[in-house]
Design a protein around this ligand. Structure first.
Ligand SMILES: C[S@@+](CC[C@H](N)C(=O)[O-])C[C@H]1O[C@@H](n2cnc3c(N)ncnc32)[C@H](O)[C@@H]1O
Length: 394
């Protein structure tokens, strides 16, 4: 599962033993999410749901009731404990490779050229408290930690760790979401011809890259608040010959003029921000978007409307994987929020985008042409992966 990651100059090389360990973790994760979680669902359908009905005279009404019910059962508690251990083992499997190569990584970011991409750091930017407050998804050191100016530990850990986490399913550059949404926009709005594109909360730019390929005539900008991530992202983009302008900013106060971008997008950002920041960032996204431009935010689907069991499973991370902002995000009425920040109701959309790597052309085209996108059937595991996004045309 881990062999297919696309090499670039910044990617850390595992030793044989580190590599085997990483493969083991990736395969264990796949087994837990498919086989073991499948058994857990069967315990719910065949036993626990009926117990709840016997006790309450009705089935569980929402994801919270399913959560409480499931966590009283040994099967779920064992699964949950294994999932948490697997997450910690995943980072642990990458840390030795990163630590061994730190001096070489520091030298690479120090000497990185700007032949393709650019980097603009701003020491005045403060990392928001909610980013610093927690080692999000158990990644030791979080996104922001830096021992010195050339320390890119967190970025190197993320780049390899995310690939192991995704079990290779999002492509060799971990860019499945970006590739899918960029292609989707290109096909849905063939007349848009964007000149300027912005990725908010880009981390190392995994999902920014496809926008450079799909829209080669556009200037592609990518912002994040963490300097180490951007330094690594810039050197990585140089190695991959991707023309991305990396800029350090707080997305709640963008340093761009009003009406300046044709597309403003984010990938899996908002489940890692607070409610207030979610709103502030969307207000800024709308401000910098040109009239007629597209804002699209790829996220976990809101799960209050899903089947209560699916809601429980999607929210597992909120309780046990160091994701304190996740449940607020999956419970947010995003359509109302988009209206609250000023988008016109008739311009707001929710899309379900088939994974571009997995879907065939007809499936992809069908989704592009669909008027309605029902996401109530989406979970993490379906026939083909479908990515949820909400947004609006300004
Ligand atoms: C889950 S990661 C996003 C992943 C990335 N978009 C990708 O596709 O790989 C969340 C990122 O958002 C950044 N972030 C969170 N709040 C931010 C803010 N207010 N301004 C800028 N970046 C922020 C974090 O530093 C982190 O890199």
């Amino acid at each position: 599962m881990t062999a297919g990651q696309t090499r670039h100059d910044l990617l850390v090389e595992p030793t044989h033993d580190e590599y085997v360990r990483q493969c083991y973790v990736s395969d264990l994760r796949f087994h837990l999410l498919n086989d073991v979680a499948g058994g857990m669902k069967a315990t719910y359908e065949q036993r626990l749901k009926q117990q709840f009905v016997d006790d309450h005279g009705r089935p569980p009404a929402d994801k919270r009731e399913v959560h409480e019910l499931m966590m009283r059962d040994h099967y779920t508690r064992t699964w949950s404990s294994m999932m948490r251990s697997c997450q910690e083992m995943m980072w642990d499997s990458v840390v030795p490779s990163v630590e061994r190569q730190l001096p070489a990584l520091a030298e690479k970011v120090r000497t990185a050229t700007s032949n393709h991409s650019t980097l603009r750091l701003d020491p005045e930017v403060e990392v928001p408290y909610y980013v610093k407050a927690v080692d999000i998804h158990c990644m030791p050191g979080g996104y922001h930690s830096q021992a010195d100016a050339d320390d890119v530990t967190q970025a190197a850990l993320y780049d390899r760790g995310v690939y192991i986490y995704q079990m290779g399913f999002a492509g060799g550059l971990a860019d499945g979401i970006g590739r899918s949404v960029a292609q989707f926009i290109a096909q849905k709005y063939p007349d848009l011809k964007p000149k300027k594109i912005l990725d908010i909360g880009c981390t190392v730019g995994h999902n920014t890259g496809p926008f450079c390929e799909v829209f080669p005539d556009a200037d592609v900008h990518a912002i994040d608040c963490c300097a180490g991530l951007l330094k690594y992202g810039h050197a990585r983009a140089e190695s991959l010959r991707l023309p991305i302008h990396f800029e350090q900013m707080d997305a709640r106060h963008l340093d761009y003029a009003d009406n300046s971008f044709d597309i403003v997008f984010s990938c899996i950002l908002f489940h890692e921000t607070t409610r207030d920041s979610h709103r502030q960032i969307l207000e800024e996204a709308r401000r910098v978007l040109k009239p007629g431009g597209i804002n699209i935010n790829m996220e976990l689907p809101p799960n209050e409307n899903l089947d209560p069991y699916a809601g429980f499973q999607i929210d597992w991370d909120a309780y046990y994987n160091n994701e304190p902002y996740y449940a607020a995000s999956t419970s947010t009425d995003v359509v109302k929020l988009m209206q609250d920040v000023g988008f016109q109701q008739e311009q707001i959309f929710e899309w379900l985008i088939p994974d571009y790597y997995e879907a065939d052309r007809a499936q992809f085209q069908e989704a592009v042409l669909a008027r309605e996108h029902s996401y109530t059937e989406t979970g993490r595991w379906g026939e083909i992966v479908r990515w949820y996004g909400y947004g609006a045309q300004k």
